[in-house]
Design a protein around this ligand. Structure first.
Ligand code: URP
Ligand code: ZN
Ligand code: ZN
Length: 464
């Protein structure tokens, strides 16, 4: 006995067409007309789009940040994800100083196991590089399903690694089939600029973006592209925010280098004027890299359309205004960095990307699902609607409109950067591996059914 979704419009990264979808067990088994079998349950999805479940390859659930952790753990973060139409997340399992990669990975498995409403995989974030870590990488790639690693060029003395570590990690990844993801900001310069501002008594949130100007991101992006070229390795830039860094990525792509880049809704829809909000409200937007002057948004939208940017992720890093952000009330450098977005990504991009014509429906699917599946070893199981693929399906009703309010979201955080934004369209039904998890905009069960996804190694696009 299967399920047939009747009368919807299927959208993939390549196509848009009207057809029915038949699900049996965890998979899509047929797409076409007259595919209903005796005993099947039929669900009428007339007037709705059917999108592949969203994939958000950049979340920080339950991430320790000193004496507290991000406020969304795997349970609340994944619940928020599925309610917004995201069915797969890739979180950053972090190796902290002194840990092996396997220890860091084991910690993240413990955090996530039996608690996730979406399927999940891990990138391994390396913060303490040495020869034995290099030796561990092949085992993670081939036995643990970890085909991407993240390194930070910022957060000096905490997460930052030096160029030597970056080069060696890129070489290992290139040789053994992984993709290196990099947070690009020159952490040494940021460290000095932050210190200078604070020493001069410039301690309010408005000095956060001034201590991390676009040029420090542009420089780091260009530098790591050079290192990847030297290593002959593919590279993925996380949360790209500014036109200079975009140009560096685009130039490398034009030269045939395998460089990919992600941006996030916050950099497309919000700008640095938020840091001048009344009182301490600018702290809500203290993220790194920071929000940029408005002209960068135009460059990013063009970069998405032109294919210079490959993925729109969220960098979901939920921190409460009260209790987390206010740790920096008297010193912006003490405001923990991050904001939440896993629940609002699909709705915002549909409303502010597709509806005004900045993105086609196919672009929307490519950027929110398909490209991440391809880059992170999940395609075609995830990222498309096709016979044989997991039945991760969003039934998107474009006739529903709403206004985003923190109180109505499932994220466990006391504000949203998008408070008051109008949204058109909604994930009315969501299927995860054939099981309907969201029905009519409501979670059907309090039992999380997400599973760990061991991912395939990265396949280089170039034949050598
Ligand atoms: O401000 C941010 N982005 N916090 C999360 C950690 C990171 O840099 O990705
Ligand atoms: Zn980052
Ligand atoms: Zn991040």
């Amino acid at each position: 006995m299967g399920i047939v979704l009747n009368g919807g419009t299927i959208v993939t990264a390549a196509d848009i067409y009207q057809a029915d979808v038949r699900i049996e067990g965890e998979r899509i088994v047929a797409i076409g007309c007259d595919i209903k079998q005796p005993g099947d349950q039929a669900i009428d999805v007339d007037g709705c789009f059917l999108f592949p479940g969203g994939i958000d390859p950049h979340t920080h659930f339950d991430l320790p940040m000193g004496d507290f952790s991000t406020s969304d753990d795997f349970e609340s973060g994944s619940k928020a994800a599925i309610m917004g139409g995201t069915t797969t997340i890739l979180d950053f399992a972090t190796q902290f100083k002194g840990e092996t990669l396997k220890e860091g990975l084991a910690n993240w498995h413990t955090k996530a196991k039996d608690r996730s409403y979406v399927d999940y995989g891990f990138h391994m974030a390396i913060t303490d590089w040495n020869e034995s870590i290099a030796q561990e990488m092949p085992e993670l790639i081939h036995q643990e399903g970890i085909s991407s690693f993240k390194l930070y060029m910022a957060y000096k003395n905490v997460l930052q690694v030096d160029d030597g570590a970056l080069l060696q990690a890129l070489r290992q990844a290139g040789e053994f089939g992984a993709l290196i993801c990099v947070h690009c900001e020159n952490g040494d310069i940021v460290y000095d600029l932050v210190r200078e501002h604070v020493e001069q008594g410039k301690t309010s949130p408005k000095y956060h973006p001034l201590s991390r100007p676009p040029i420090v991101e542009e420089e780091a992006t260009s530098r790591v592209i050079t290192l990847a070229q030297l290593a002959g390795a593919p590279l993925y830039i996380v949360h790209l925010t500014c036109s200079g860094a975009l140009k560096a990525v685009n130039d490398a792509k034009l030269k045939g280098q395998e460089v990919y880049a992600e941006t996030c809704p916050q950099y497309l829809l919000l700008d640095d004027s938020k840091y001048c909000l009344e009182g301490f409200n600018g702290a809500k937007y203290v993220i790194s890299p920071p929000l940029r002057p408005v002209q960068h948004q135009k460059a990013l939208w063009s970069g998405l359309k032109a294919g210079s940017l490959d993925v729109i992720a969220t960098d979901h890093c939920a921190l409460n205004y009260k209790g987390h952000k206010d740790k920096g009330l008297n010193d912006f450098s003490k405001i923990p960095n991050g904001s939440a977005g896993v629940e609002t990504r699909m709705g915002l991009l549909y409303t502010y990307g597709v509806l005004p014509g900045k993105l086609s429906l196919n672009d929307f699917v490519a950027l929110t699902s398909t490209n991440a599946a391809k880059l992170f070893g999940l395609f075609p199981r995830k990222g498309t609607l096709a016979p044989g693929s997991d039945a991760d399906i969003i039934v998107w009703d474009p006739r529903v409109s709403s206004v985003i309010k923190a109180d109505n979201l499932h994220q466990q955080v006391d504000y949203t950067p998008y408070e008051g934004f109008e949204q058109t369209g909604k994930a009315v039904h969501v299927f995860l591996r054939g099981k309907q998890v969201v029905e009519g905009g409501h979670l059907r069960s309090d039992k999380p059914t997400g599973i760990y996804l061991a991912r395939k190694p990265f396949l280089k696009r170039k034949v050598e």
